[in-house]
Design a protein around this ligand. Structure first.
Ligand SMILES: Nc1ncnc2c1ncn2[C@@H]1O[C@H](COP(=O)(O)OP(=O)(O)OP(=O)(O)O)[C@@H](O)[C@H]1O
Ligand SMILES: [Mg+2]
Length: 283
């Protein structure tokens, strides 16, 4: 794997993956000739059925899996947040955030990051005394303090209750606006992907099977007709029937599909078009 600090300029992709192949033992290829580029500052969500290889891809980008074949170029400055906060129980919250920082101002930086996630009052707390939402905010601070050019998030909200989940999604959106790392968010939640991301990808049969540019103004709301239309489209791509399908509207850019869709989607494609035109008109 190449780690290229120089590849962080805005005009270059910060992530460039070509022909990535990964299998385990004698099993089939989980990632099978996967190509992916993510631009500086771009927020990308990754969907796909359970076992399709999302975490495998994320671990590869994080440098936690050295076995794959292919080309993987990522920035040296990257950070990961998992579903579990993975805090060290015997270090105080601020020390968890400062873990691994080698600068004399490590504590100040940790304090500033914890302030950004609303945890100034829990600096000296032990991790086991934090609520689930607080612990995940501490994990976000630990990622943020490294000023990553690439932030990798593997279902970071999945273990949170519905309200905390919404708040934490909002926090990630505002941290992204303030710091502008490129983000790869693995999620099972189509709404979450559409609320947060510039692009939504679907991993299927070891490759990016579908690539949807989300041309909706922010902040996004479920009530937007264009939102509902894109939601229906993605659910269809995932092979899930939408319980409340909406009349399709259009999108500005034609989604890229690299593999066959689950079912013919002509009407939905028309629908996605109208949605984007609507979004553009309002921007
Ligand atoms: N270390 C490993 N050894 C053997 N098989 C593995 C290993 N890691 C992953 N796999 C297999 O690779 C496939 C992809 O796993 P991965 O965790 O990437 O899926 P995923 O898309 O993240 O799924 P989920 O949505 O359930 O988290 C699965 O079949 C899994 O069992
Ligand atoms: Mg996973």
């Amino acid at each position: 794997m190449n780690a290229h600090p120089a590849l962080t300029a805005r005009q270059h992709p910060v992530v460039h993956v070509a022909n990535l192949v990964r299998s385990f033992g004698r099993g089939p290829n989980i990632l099978d000739g996967l190509d992916l580029a993510i631009r500086a500052g771009e927020f990308v969500a990754l969907l796909g059925r359970s076992g399709s290889g999302k975490s495998t891809l994320l671990r590869t980008l994080a440098g936690l899996d050295e076995a794959p074949a292919g080309t993987v170029t990522v920035p040296a400055e990257r950070a990961v947040v998992f579903q579990e906060p993975r805090l060290v129980p015997w270090k105080r919250v601020w020390a968890n955030v400062a873990l691994g920082l080698r600068t004399p101002d490590a504590r100040e930086r940790a304090v500033a990051a914890l302030s950004e996630v609303g945890l100034s009052h829990r600096l000296e707390a032990w991790p086991l005394t934090l609520s689930g939402g607080e612990a995940q905010r501490a994990a976000l601070a630990r990622a943020l303090v490294r000023e990553p050019k690439l932030l990798l998030l593997d279902e970071p909200f999945a273990a949170l209750d519905a309200l905390t989940r919404l708040k934490t999604q909002g926090l990630v959106a505002s941290l992204w606006r303030a710091h502008r790392p490129a983000v790869l968010l693995v999620t099972h939640d189509v709404d979450e992907a559409l609320l947060l991301a510039d692009r939504v990808l679907v991993l299927d049969q070891g490759r990016i099977g579908f690539d949807l540019h989300v041309n909706l103004e922010r902040p996004r709301r479920h009530a937007q007709p264009a939102f509902a239309s894109l939601r229906s489209r993605l659910l269809r791509e995932l092979g899930v029937e939408d319980e409340n399908p909406v009349e399709p509207v259009e999108e500005l850019r034609t989604p890229v599909r690299n593999t066959a869709p689950a079912a013919p989607t002509h009407r939905l494609e028309d629908a996605v078009w109208a949605a984007s035109a609507d979004a553009l008109a309002r921007s």
